[in-house]
Every structure is written in structure tokens, then in C-alpha cells.
Ligand binder design. Structure first.
Ligand SMILES: CC(C)(COP(=O)(O)OP(=O)(O)OC[C@H]1O[C@@H](n2cnc3c(N)ncnc32)[C@H](O)[C@@H]1OP(=O)(O)O)[C@@H](O)C(=O)NCCC(=O)NCCS
Length: 174
């Protein structure tokens, strides 16, 4: 795998960002095993205990055009993933992101979203959408900061986020 430049988190820790690949299956299983039930619930909006083989297949079904995922690597382990899946025939893609509990609060999601946005723009995507639980303050805060043109609509217990990918404005320095 071609090595990619590392990014430095707020506390100086370095992680490598690279596309998620098929042979990351066991790394995803191990990542899942390190997530708290709350993080799993917030990511999947359902209390999954372990990923099914079919679920893993779907998470790894990436053509790097319609469906892409960026992995944050600490050594050999995946510690965070941001992904998009394009709504067929549109310039819009659904977004999801997860950071391992022990890695949360260090600014990692911002770098994942930044890299994913760069890749999405190259594929002609100009907008992400995301569904978030309305009590998920960290996620709403991250999206608000990372996508300056973000808008949020409350829909029952969930929030529907619209995240235009502006060519110049995005990702102000923190
Ligand atoms: C949302 C998420 C991706 C943010 O990733 P992150 O790398 O921790 O993001 P940051 O380090 O920028 O932290 C975001 C904010 O949440 C706060 N935060 C981080 N982890 C937290 C936690 N476990 N509990 C409470 N607050 C937390 C941080 O202090 C920060 O607050 P600030 O904006 O006041 O500085 C991560 O918390 C996560 O994986 N959550 C579960 C999955 C999820 O909610 N996905 C989004 C929907 S798809």
C-alpha cells in the first residue's frame, strides 16, 4: 500500500489517512470490538452487537467513485472511518463517520471529513447528507464546524443534515 503523509491531531499524535480496502475486513471487526455501545448506536442508529458478514461486505463494497471510505490508521489498526455513498444518478451522497472511543475528542473526525470531501469533489459530488440522532451533540458540532454551509432539520428524534461541499470555504483551521 502506498504510504500517505500523516496528519497531526490536536495533541500531536500522528495518524495516516488512506482509502479503506477489501483486506481491511479484520481491522474493521477489531475496530467494532473497541467501540462503546453508545458510539455504535450513534453511528448505525441501532444497537448492533457485532457486524454481520453481510454488513461487513457492504462496508467494504467500495468502488472509490460512487462509494468511498477513508480510514484513519494508527500503526496497523483502523481507528476511524468516514464514508460516503452516492444517491444513484445525483451529485449528493450520504455521509457517515465514526471515531474509536479512545480517539474521540482529538479532532480526528475533521481530518477524515476533509480527506473524504476532497475525494468526493473529484467524483462530482457537491453535497453530503447525514442522519444523526438529535441528542448527538458531538456529531452535530463536528458537522457544523467542518461544513460552514451546513443546515439541520429536526425530524422526530433525528436530525437531517444538508452539507454543501463548498469549493473554497470548507474546513477552517481550528
Ligand atoms: C462524532 C464523532 C465522529 C466526532 O469525532 P471526534 O474525532 O471525536 O471529533 P472531535 O475531536 O472534533 O470532537 C468533537 C466534539 O465532541 C466532543 N466529544 C468528543 N468525544 C466526545 C464524547 N465521547 N462525549 C462527549 N463529547 C465528546 C469534543 O470535545 C468536541 O467538542 P468541541 O467541539 O467542543 O471541541 C465521534 O464522536 C463518533 O465517532 N461518534 C459516534 C458516531 C457518530 O456519532 N457518527 C456521526 C453520525 S454518522
Amino acid at each position: 500500500m502506498k504510504s500517505q503523509p500523516a496528519v497531526a491531531l490536536r495533541d500531536g499524535t500522528e495518524v495516516e489517512l488512506r482509502p479503506l480496502e477489501r483486506d481491511d475486513r479484520q481491522r474493521l471487526v477489531r475496530l467494532f470490538g473497541r467501540l462503546s455501545p453508545e458510539t455504535v448506536y450513534r453511528r448505525f442508529l441501532s444497537p448492533i452487537r457485532a457486524p454481520s458478514e453481510g454488513g461487513l461486505d457492504r462496508l467494504l463494497d467500495l468502488d472509490h467513485r460512487e462509494r468511498e471510505a477513508v480510514a484513519a490508521m494508527s500503526g496497523e489498526e483502523v481507528v476511524g472511518v468516514a464514508r460516503y455513498s452516492r444517491a444513484p444518478g445525483t451529485r449528493s451522497a450520504d455521509l457517515a463517520v465514526v471515531v474509536e472511543d479512545a480517539w474521540q475528542g482529538r479532532g480526528l473526525s475533521h481530518f477524515l471529513l476533509k480527506r473524504l470531501t476532497e475525494l468526493a469533489r473529484r467524483q462530482g459530488i457537491d453535497r453530503f447528507t447525514a442522519t444523526i440522532h438529535s441528542e448527538n451533540r458531538p456529531a452535530i458540532g463536528v458537522l457544523r464546524r467542518s461544513f460552514p454551509a451546513a443546515s439541520f432539520r429536526l425530524n422526530g428524534t433525528e436530525v437531517e443534515a444538508e452539507l454543501p461541499l463548498e469549493p473554497r470555504l470548507g474546513f477552517p483551521a481550528r
